[in-house]
Design a binder for this molecule. Structure first.
Ligand SMILES: *Cc1c(COP(=O)(O)O)cnc(C)c1O
Length: 353
C-alpha cells in the first residue's frame, strides 16, 4: 500500500459536543448557539454543525452569506442560521438564512422580515452605532416595523475579565435593548460566558471554546481538545556536527543528528513564524522543530527517536506541547489563527459524536 503523503486533520465531534454541553449547562436557562464561521474555524462547519444540532443546538452563526447557504445545504431546514456580516443589497433573501442588520439601511430594507439587530456597544466594527441607536430610540414606528428574533452585541475584551469595557458594553446593550421589550438578547462569545452573571443572555454565541481554544487565557482551560493534525515523515537523514538545515541555514547541528522531513508547511497554514520556536509530537513525546518552516515541508530533530522512519506519523498540532493555544503563544498569535489557517491540502477525518 502506498504511504499517504498527506496530512490528516482529525476532529473529535464528541469533544465538540461535550464542549457545547459544558457551555450550555453554564449558561442555562439561556440558550447557546454554535458559531461556525470560516468553515467551523477551519474544522468543517457541516460536520460540526450537524453534530451540535443533533445534540440540541438550534442556532448557528456564520460570517458570510455563502457560508450560510453551504451550511443550510449541509444541515437541512431545522435550525436558525444567522449571517453576521448581513446581506448585501440585492442578495438572495430567500435562502432560509437570518440576516444580522448592521446599519439603518439594513433596518429599512428588512422591515417586516425576520432578522437580528446588531447594536455596536464599543467594538466600532459592525452594528448600529450610538447615533443610529438614538435615531431608532426616537422612531417608534420604525422600531415597530421590525420583525426581530434577537438583538445582539459583541464584546471587545471578554478575554480580559478586568477590562472596564466589558461592564460598559453590557450597560450600553441593556439600555438600547430595552427599546425592544420581549425581544430575546444575545451577548456573550466564548470568553463572555466566563465573565459572570451580568453577561448572561437569551443566546450566547461561542465559537473558539467549542473547538477547544481556552476561553480564559492565562487560566486553566475548561474545554476539551478537539483536533489533531498528523503528517507523515517523508524522509529521514543523518547529518554531522555543524551541518545546517533548511533555508537560510538558520539551524546548525550541535552534534551528529537525525533529521525527519514532514509533509506540511506554511502553505498549509503551519505559520512560518513558528520556525525555531515550536515542537511537534511523536506519540506522547515532544520533538523539536529545527530550521525554517518552508512552503511544503518542516524539519524535525529526531535524534532521540531511533524508530522514526519514512511514513511515521508526527502530530504537528494537538499533541503534547503543541496545542493550538501553545503554538499560538510560541509565535505571537491566538489559537483561532492556528485553526483557521489549516489548509485545504490536509484530509479531514471525523471521530463520531
Ligand atoms: C466570531 C464571533 C463570535 C464567536 O467568538 P469566539 O470568541 O470565537 O467565541 C461571536 N459573535 C460574533 C459577532 C463574532 O464575530
Amino acid at each position: 500500500m502506498a504511504i499517504s503523503a498527506r496530512g490528516v486533520v482529525t476532529v473529535d465531534l464528541a469533544a465538540v459536543v461535550a464542549n457545547w454541553r459544558l457551555l450550555h449547562d453554564r449558561h442555562a436557562p439561556g440558550a447557546v448557539a454554535g458559531v461556525v464561521k470560516a468553515d467551523g474555524y477551519g474544522l468543517g462547519a457541516g460536520p460540526v454543525a450537524r453534530a451540535l444540532y443533533a445534540a440540541g443546538c438550534g442556532h448557528f452563526f456564520v460570517a458570510q452569506l455563502g457560508e450560510g447557504m453551504a451550511l443550510r445545504a449541509a444541515i437541512g431546514p431545522g435550525p436558525m442560521i444567522a449571517v453576521l456580516n448581513g446581506f448585501a443589497p440585492g442578495a438572495d433573501e430567500d435562502a432560509g438564512l437570518m440576516p444580522v442588520l448592521n446599519t439603518l439601511g439594513d433596518v429599512a430594507r428588512h422591515r417586516g422580515r425576520p432578522a437580528i439587530l446588531h447594536l455596536d456597544t464599543g467594538m466600532a466594527r459592525l452594528g448600529l452605532d450610538a447615533r443610529e441607536q438614538a435615531r431608532l430610540a426616537e422612531d417608534a414606528e420604525l422600531r415597530n416595523s421590525l420583525n426581530l428574533r434577537f438583538v445582539m452585541t459583541h464584546l471587545a475584551c471578554a478575554d480580559e475579565p478586568a477590562h472596564p469595557l466589558n461592564a460598559l458594553q453590557a450597560a450600553r446593550f441593556a439600555e438600547t435593548a430595552a427599546l425592544f421589550p420581549g425581544i430575546p438578547r444575545s451577548l456573550a462569545n466564548s470568553s463572555g460566558l466566563f465573565l459572570g452573571q451580568g453577561f448572561a443572555s437569551d443566546l450566547a454565541r461561542p465559537g473558539c471554546a467549542l473547538y477547544g481554544i481556552n476561553p480564559q487565557p492565562g487560566g486553566p482551560n475548561p474545554m476539551r481538545p478537539v483536533m489533531r493534525l498528523d503528517v507523515p515523515v517523508l524522509q529521514v537523514r543523518e547529518i554531522g556536527t555543524g551541518d545546517t538545515v533548511g533555508y537560510g541555514a538558520s539551524w546548525g547541528a550541535p552534534r551528529p543528528s537525525r533529521i525527519a522531513t514532514v509533509a506540511a508547511g506554511y502553505a498549509d497554514g503551519y505559520l512560518r513564524s513558528l520556525s525555531g520556536r515550536a515542537s511537534a509530537a511523536i506519540g506522547d513525546r515532544p520533538v523539536p522543530l529545527v530550521g525554517r518552516v518552508s512552503m511544503d515541508l518542516i524539519t524535525l530533530d529526531v535524534t532521540e527517536f531511533p524508530d522514526v522512519v519514512q511514513g511515521t506519523q508526527v502530530t504537528l498540532i494537538g499533541g503534547p506541547g503543541c496545542s493550538p493555544d501553545e503554538l499560538a503563544a510560541a509565535c505571537g498569535t491566538i489559537g483561532y489563527e492556528i485553526l483557521t489557517s489549516l489548509g485545504p491540502r490536509y484530509a479531514r477525518a471525523y471521530l463520531p459524536a
